[in-house]
Design a protein around this ligand. Structure first.
Ligand code: NAD
Length: 303
């Protein structure tokens, strides 16, 4: 698959490295000189080598496989997938898409790295708005697998191609079906952030204890089983019995949860979709989780 990365600061370079290290055909385009872009890519690769994600030989091979250009047409011609990572300015993003679509026609999917702009605005005035989506990475983009795809105005073919492209880059795409502020992940984390700040301001606890309360508890569980599966695993029978067993304090919305079978059905689908390594039933998932906890605790010097 041919990938073009348009705008190659930390986000663009990080994502380009992800694709290239997995053997994809990668070209980076930026308005700044190629030597500067290569410097950013080397910085990302140095981080990955130092952190043990790859050795120096693999890093050298990765950068040697990447194409660099200051010519947009050269970068996007023949591309299957364009990841746009230019600065967060609507007119700049829109004019970039117009140029790309004039060069590529309706054959290429364009994904924006934007954290805050909606695809309906980004695709306004585009030649092929159905080919434009948000593909929001999460920092550090060169390590964290999450990509949020959002494109209610995009065609299903575009969404499917984007999922395929991100999987080829080693990413874990999730689909945000509606245009909501913060998409999925920032919206979720803002909930915790706002409540954490409020707890400090209300004198409930110190800053450090807000963070420890996440790091040494729910944060560890969330890393392995998210939030909804985690809660469902907390009681045999999952959400369906949680309310009656633990009452309002634990279940939060005891009168509602039993009436939302899509939550428990969704948890069951999530279990079935996990890899064999991550476990596909509660016993296997629990064993995987506990092994992962031991590794994290060793890294944190707690074991
Ligand atoms: P950055 O400033 O590090 O990089 C932007 C790059 O775009 C620079 O290399 C710049 O030279 C280049 N550029 C400027 N004008 C250009 C043009 N006309 N054509 C091509 N390239 C051009 O910014 P970043 O942090 O990498 O952010 C890029 C996008 O990713 C933004 O939309 C941002 O909101 C989004 N994003 C950022 C983060 C983050 O934590 N930094 C996280 C998620 C998403």
């Amino acid at each position: 698959m041919k990938f073009a990365f348009v705008g190659t600061g930390m986000i663009g370079s990080g994502l380009a490295v992800n694709a290239a290290m997995r053997g994809q055909d990668v070209v980076l385009y930026d308005v700044v000189e190629t030597e500067k872009v290569k410097g950013t890519v080397r910085k990302v690769l140095d981080i990955l080598v130092e952190a043990g994600a790859m050795d120096q030989a693999k890093a050298d091979e990765t950068i040697a496989s990447m194409g660099f250009t200051q010519d947009l047409a050269e970068a996007v011609t023949g591309a299957d997938f364009v990841q746009e990572c230019v600065p967060e300015r609507l007119e700049l993003k829109q004019s970039t898409y117009r140029q790309i679509q004039e060069i590529c026609g309706d054959k290429v999917v364009i994904a924006s790295s934007t954290s805050g702009m909606f695809p309906s605005a980004l695709s306004e005035g585009a030649l092929y708005p159905q080919n434009i989506i948000v593909g929001h990475p999460y920092n550090p983009s060169y390590l964290l697998p999450l990509i949020e795809i959002c494109g209610p105005q995009a065609s299903q073919e575009t969404i499917d191609k984007a999922i395929e492209a991100y999987k080829a880059m080693g990413k874990e795409p999730v689909v945000c079906k509606k245009e909501v502020t913060g998409f999925i992940v920032n919206s979720l984390s803002w909930g915790v952030l706002d409540d954490g700040i409020q707890k400090v301001l209300d004198g409930v606890c110190d800053v450090e204890d807000v963070d420890k309360a996440i790091m040494y508890g729910p944060g560890m569980r969330m890393a392995i089983t998210g939030q909804l599966l985690t809660m469902s695993m907390g009681v045999q029978g999952g959400f369906r019995v949680m309310a009656e067993k633990y009452g309002a304090t634990a279940a939060r919305r005891p009168e509602q949860i039993p009436h939302y079978p899509e939550i428990e059905d969704g948890v069951e689908a999530e279990i079935a979709n996990r890899t064999e390594q991550q476990g596909q039933d509660l016993d296997a998932i629990t064993k995987f989780r506990d092994k992962a906890f031991v590794e994290i605790l060793k890294l944190q010097g707690k074991l």
